[in-house]
Write a protein that binds this ligand. Structure first.
Ligand code: C5P
Length: 401
């Protein structure tokens, strides 16, 4: 099973400067290590007032560097050695003061010196009070850094530690880890637009009841994340789920199959690739009651009508994008999936065993296309999504050549 953890064995320097958001850096370190990265932490003196070096040491399994004059390298050149050994440097949190230092090429502490001496990509996650963020001096410094090819991640807007509201909150650890992965990703889908449907649809019977399919949306959301990592612009049309969408995707929330179809019709003219992961309900009731149907002792008959087949609508378009379908089956998985592939005129269908895949964090997949089939043994949906996006990009490229 290929390891698609993009950070495996990557050497990352995590730099902390002074700010309340330093507490988020602990979680970030944990996520990066979990993804296989070797993380070396460097903290400024101010950062040490906000979070203990021991926490970062425990999470990364490596002693933390704090001082330019620490005698922890044989030649006393920690700043040069550390910067040379790294694949990327991420400063999180990056204070207004540290940003000013970087913009002006100052090197009066270990972290600033490492940044100045670096040969690898530098990313910064600003964190500060909203007025410090808005100050023209800070904005000038950020523009300088952008011109110097430094990648600026965030900040987000919201409630601040000082009680004010506005721009300046550091991005969450998971968003920063995702940005870090992007640095190392092959951009298979650079410049392409990918439209994904995900989750279930819900077809109302009355004010409080409805028909739906069991679907967590995990696979569709993982694919949206993997397509973004591969450089695509992603639109995610999602039925009701309890998941946070990837920050950079355009998200359109829908409830019923009809609403999903409308959203897909609106978005499809921009799409190069359409991935239909949604578990669309096959039926909806002929007449939805506005009020709650009262309970009685008599049998209740509901008249159902078939829902539109969204994927078929797209594949039937005269200029259809490259289409990928999903088939969740409880029996005769390969046979049923291949039949669906032919019926819906799909270059690729992804088959999975409904009982094992629905709601789970892992799944085993079978990819069926014109070249035959490929088995992807059980793995996390994130990993499967990355493999699948790579496969889709290869087939798409072949089709375009
Ligand atoms: O429901 P079925 O097994 O036919 O689903 C196969 C593929 O067709 C899936 O990709 C699903 O998202 C799509 N589909 C659809 N609209 C429907 C039913 C299924 O787009 N009404």
């Amino acid at each position: 099973m290929p390891d698609l953890s993009l950070l495996t064995s990557k050497r990352l320097l995590l730099g902390l400067t002074g700010g309340v958001a330093a507490y988020k850096a602990a979680e970030l370190a944990r996520l990066l290590v979990q993804d296989g990265a070797v993380v070396q932490t460097v903290m400024t003196e101010s950062a040490c007032h906000f979070i203990g070096a021991a926490t970062l040491q425990a999470l990364t399994g490596k002693p933390v560097f704090t001082d330019l004059w620490q005698a922890n390298s044989s030649n006393n050149m920690a700043h040069i050695n550390l910067s040379r050994e790294m694949d990327a440097i991420l400063i999180a949190p990056a204070s207004a003061d540290f940003i000013a230092k970087l913009a002006n090429g100052l090197a009066d502490d270990l972290l600033a010196t490492i940044c100045l001496a670096r040969e690898c990509p530098l990313l910064i996650a600003p964190a500060m009070n909203r007025q410090m963020w808005e100050n023209p001096a800070t904005q000038r410094n950020l523009a300088t850094l952008q011109g110097d090819d430094v990648k600026i991640l965030g900040p987000a807007s919201g409630e601040q530690a000082c009680g004010e509201f506005g721009m300046g909150r550091m991005l969450e650890a998971c968003e920063l880890a995702a940005a870090m992965r992007m640095i190392f990703h092959s951009k298979w889908l650079q410049g392409k637009c990918v439209l994904i449907t995900a989750g279930p649809t819900f077809e109302a019977i009355d004010a409080v009841r409805g028909i739906t399919n069991i679907s967590s949306g995990k696979m569709g959301y993982a694919l949206a994340g993997a397509a973004l990592e591969a450089g695509a612009t992603v639109t995610l049309v999602s039925g009701p789920v309890c998941l946070a969408p990837p920050a950079k995707a355009k998200c359109i929330d829908v409830v019923s199959a009809k609403e999903m179809l409308t959203a897909v019709k609106n978005e499809i003219p921009h799409a190069d690739i359409f991935i239909s992961v949604a578990a669309v309900a096959d039926f909806s009731v002929t007449t939805t009651r506005q009020q709650k149907i009262k309970k009685t002792d008599h049998p209740l008959t509901l008249e159902l009508m078939p829902n539109p087949d969204i994927l078929k609508f797209v594949t039937d378009l005269p200029e259809a994008p490259f289409c990928v379908g999903f088939a969740a089956e409880t029996e005769d998985l390969e046979k049923n999936a291949e039949n669906k592939r032919r019926k819906k005129k799909l270059p690729l269908i992804v088959a999975n065993q409904a009982q094992d895949a629905i709601g789970a964090d892992e799944s085993a997949l079978i990819l069926l296309d014109d070249n035959g089939k490929q088995y992807l043994p059980s793995a996390s949906k994130i990993n499967q999504a990355r493999l699948l996006i790579k496969h889709i990009a290869q087939l798409y490229k072949k089709q375009c050549d």
